[in-house]
Design a protein. Structure first.
Length: 453
């Protein structure tokens, strides 16, 4: 599945380490342990497809029509479009989507830098390799599965989705069809009765490995062995099945307790030639094709020569730092979530990376400590949450004074705000490249190179 650069030619991938599979991409930041079941199709991670501020407002006010004039009154190609609300641009021709998104980024960022062509996908459907389904039932007790209607906890029953991996949808449908014969009740949020709450499917795009996570309110799963056997007979491609227990009245999808029902309880995938372990709670981008494009773009922007010290802020499970490690002298990763730091160290070990060190600390505090100690870095990779960075972080960045900053953003609005603050603190935006991580939605990723003035 190749990427498409709107208005330009295909990008070339960086040379990277091969681990016996085709190169591909990984990672991101917010830890998914605290992910919430929202109406958006965010299969659990913050980058899934929530609206960008101004663009969302324009769409609501009708200023940015996402469909051609002759499509406004036509039936949607998605039968769930009016009920779901997650794919705001599902009936907009893909080239037009890219033009609209590019115009939005350009409007926000051109006061600071030129915006390059939008990097889209050659095949923009069924890109989501992480699929979440909430389970419920109708008035007669028949099991249903789907997603929450945007902004609510009302379940929209869905059999298949144009954005989701087709194997994942098929596995979910099989599980739904097995429940009655195994006398497994779906959970009822109103009265607290029932067993099965959610099903999460995670797929290693480049390894073919598949993980099924069954989220229940009890660690006791009736006829567990027979259920696993029946599911694997229907889908022998499944690599591992995990039972996750969430017995709390919460909007979080995953609970704290889990154990493998079959297999090791995790899968692997390949990103940019590096191998990454994916557990139920691990952060890993839902679009592995564009993920690789995104991180290759970030590393290419930095124009690394091999003698640099790189700081990976908000490093999560270490994806960017590990991918950058062959191209620099040393990588320092900083992440506040201790579980993500454990995963980052494990991923470095898996790939035999010995020039990277991860610290469990707040990135702002860590940079202040580095500056106070007289330590220096040459390049900073920053990949903050949707809300963007903070004035304190940028002040610390000013004190540390790296030669280059590569800012990976999932919100053009917060990015534009931060570029203004960075400019006042002595950094100049040199170029920006938007990447379409989430086709058919308003969500936009952008990579920006800044240099010290």
């Amino acid at each position: 599945m190749a990427e498409k650069k709107f208005g330009g030619s295909n990008k070339k991938s960086l040379p990277g380490r091969e681990t016996g599979n085709r190169k591909k991409t990984v990672f991101k930041k917010d830890n998914e342990i605290k992910e919430k079941t929202s109406a958006k199709r965010s299969s659990l991670d913050r980058k899934s497809a929530p609206a960008n501020g101004r663009m969302a407002k324009a769409l609501r006010q009708g200023k940015t029509d996402t469909r051609r004039n002759d499509e406004v009154h036509a039936a949607s190609r998605c039968p769930y479009f009016k009920k779901c609300g997650a794919c705001q641009m599902i009936d907009t021709p893909y080239d037009k989507q890219l033009r609209q998104k590019h115009a939005h980024v350009k409007e926000l960022l051109e006061p600071y830098t030129k915006v390059a062509s939008f990097v889209g996908m050659e095949e923009p459907e069924h890109y989501r390799c992480k699929v979440h389904a909430v389970f419920t039932h109708d008035k007669k007790g028949n099991p249903l599965s789907g997603i929450y209607r945007e902004g609510t906890h009302e379940v929209v029953p869905i059999d298949s989705c144009l954005l989701e991996d087709q194997k994942a949808d098929a596995i979910i449908a099989t599980i739904r069809g097995m429940l009655k014969s195994f006398k497994i009740k779906t959970y009822d949020e109103d009265n607290g009765f029932g067993l099965l709450r959610h099903v999460l499917i995670r797929i290693g795009k480049n390894t073919g490995e598949i993980m099924v996570v069954l989220v229940t309110v009890s660690p006791i799963f009736p006829s567990k062995n027979n259920f696993v056997k029946a599911l694997r007979q229907a889908h022998p491609e499944i690599t591992t099945i995990v039972l996750n227990v969430n017995d709390k009245q919460t909007s979080m999808i995953l609970g704290d307790k889990e154990k493998p029902m079959y297999g090791p309880g995790f899968i692997y995938d390949i990103c940019c030639g590096m191998k990454f372990k994916i557990s139920p709670k691990s952060f890993y981008q839902v679009n592995p094709v564009q993920q690789e494009v995104l991180y290759n773009t970030a590393i290419e922007m930095a124009e690394l020569k091999g003698d640099e010290v790189a700081l990976d802020c908000y490093c999560g499970v270490g994806t960017i730092g590990i991918i950058a490690s062959p191209h620099v002298k040393e990588v320092i990763g900083v992440e506040l979530n201790k579980d993500a730091v454990k995963d980052a160290n494990l991923n470095a070990k898996i790939n035999n990376i010995d020039n990277i060190t991860f610290y469990n600390n707040d990135a702002t505090v860590f940079m202040q400590q580095m500056a106070a100690s007289g330590d220096k870095v040459d390049v900073v990779f920053m990949d903050p949450p949707r809300a963007g960075s903070t004035p304190e972080f940028i002040e610390s960045l000013k004190i540390l004074s790296p030669k280059k900053v590569v800012y990976i953003s999932c919100s053009p609005d917060s990015l534009a705000r931060d570029l203004g603050i960075l400019k006042k603190n002595g950094f100049k935006a040199e170029k920006a490249i938007p990447v379409d991580m989430f086709p058919f939605t308003r969500s936009i990723e952008t990579v920006v190179l800044l240099t010290r003035t």
